[in-house]
Design a protein around this ligand. Structure first.
Ligand code: ATP
Ligand code: MG
Ligand code: FE
Length: 344
């Protein structure tokens, strides 16, 4: 089969086509970051409008790329076997664009429609670099909106082991970057600055490190960084940006790694995976390489290009759902929230 998947849950408009072997014959992402950067974060109203403007062009490019990849002159809607879209969780007005487009196309072309959970997509992104990856596994999902440890018992069978009680990790990177005047999004620029700084320069808190459970808390760390910056300025000093970034990043990584270790011990899983935009962080990736080597656990990570939002990961979920005949009616809708443990 050939399945088209759309992703529009946040600020990326994306389309991908997967074939029956799980090869992504096309995988197109259009980012809106430039339109949101001046506001220091994603503006929901702008996101949905930009999705509407971009989605036809992104789909056209996706079809053209797929046709070239398949060595045919033109790929049409009639050549597809199903149309999928991310239906939850995310910005409702943004999700609605992909869902309405997918359902409209499915209806017009008389193809089944498949609704996909965005976070399940982030789990499946691990297949992109490692097609042989199979659960059971523990997955750390670290993104702009979520910070979770998930026990992936099988495909479609997930148990959330722990989550953040306040901010997400990506959100903390974005807020620290804003406090330092580094712009949006914060993750990439903080990791670049951090590479020039000393990770032990400033002692930032490691919240819930010894809580004995798998919960996370990031808002106190963000406040500690902001307080440090303000105190330095009040004392007439400019904070050393690389040192602040490196010390903040290390505080995040230390807690992430300690909780991952606990989750692996608790579940007995022999595979550890990552997902979400923060999974692109090089210091985090290196720390997990170290941990998994010490624990003799297989480490699977999405390629850097598949950590953030993309439609390829949504297409891989859709292919499994297609094989199961798990289609959704055309009156099913987008949802701002949906539990990963009961994704449909
Ligand atoms: P969710 O998946 O929870 O709905 P989202 O889709 O907005 O949220 P992603 O697109 O997966 O999140 O990830 C975006 C986040 O990743 C941003 O907060 C960004 O700062 C962060 N990020 C990107 N690159 C890095 C990096 N190198 N280090 C740390 N954080 C990063
Ligand atoms: Mg994004
Ligand atoms: Fe995401």
């Amino acid at each position: 089969p050939l399945i088209l998947a759309l992703e529009s849950s946040c600020d990326e408009t994306a389309a991908a086509i997967v074939d029956g072997e799980g090869n992504l014959v096309s995988d197109v992402v259009a980012s809106q970051i430039d339109f949101h950067a001046r506001f220091g974060g994603v503006v929901p109203e702008i996101a949905s409008r930009k999705h509407i403007e971009a989605i036809c062009g992104v789909c056209d490019e996706c079809f053209d790329t797929a046709a070239a990849h398949l060595g045919i002159e033109k790929l049409t809607w009639a050549d597809l076997d199903a149309v999928a879209a991310t239906y939850a969780p995310g910005l409702l007005g943004a999700l609605v664009v992909g869902v309405a487009f997918a359902k409209g196309a499915a209806w017009a072309a008389d193809k089944p429609y498949i609704a996909v959970h965005h976070l399940e997509g982030h789990l499946y992104a691990n297949k992109i670099g490692a097609p042989d990856f199979e659960p059971p596994a523990v997955v750390s999902l670290v993104s702009g909106g979520n910070t979770l440890l998930v026990h992936m018992r099988g495909w479609g069978d997930y148990e959330t082991l722990g989550a953040t009680i306040d901010d997400a990790v990506g959100e903390a990177f974005d807020k620290v970057a804003k406090a330092l005047g580094l712009g949006y999004p914060g993750g990439p620029v903080i990791s670049r600055e951090a590479a020039k700084g000393k990770a032990d320069a400033i002692a930032f808190p490691r919240a819930l490190l010894h809580s004995g459970d798998l919960r996370f808390s990031l808002s106190g760390l963000k406040t500690a960084v902001v307080t440090y910056i303000n105190n330095e300025r009040a004392a007439g000093r400019e904070p050393n940006v690389p040192d602040v970034c490196a010390s903040f990043q290390q505080a995040v990584v230390d807690v992430q790694v300690a909780k991952a270790k606990r989750a692996l011990e608790q579940t007995g899983a022999r595979t550890f995976c990552l997902g979400g935009g923060v999974a692109a962080n090089p210091v985090l990736r290196a720390a997990y390489e170290d941990l998994c080597e010490r624990m003799n656990v297989r480490l699977v990570m999405p390629p850097l290009s598949a950590c953030g939002d993309n439609a390829g990961m949504i297409a891989l979920v859709a292919l499994d759902r297609y094989r199961q005949g798990a289609f959704h009616p055309l009156n099913s809708d987008a949802q701002a929230h949906a539990d990963l443990d009961k994704p449909y």
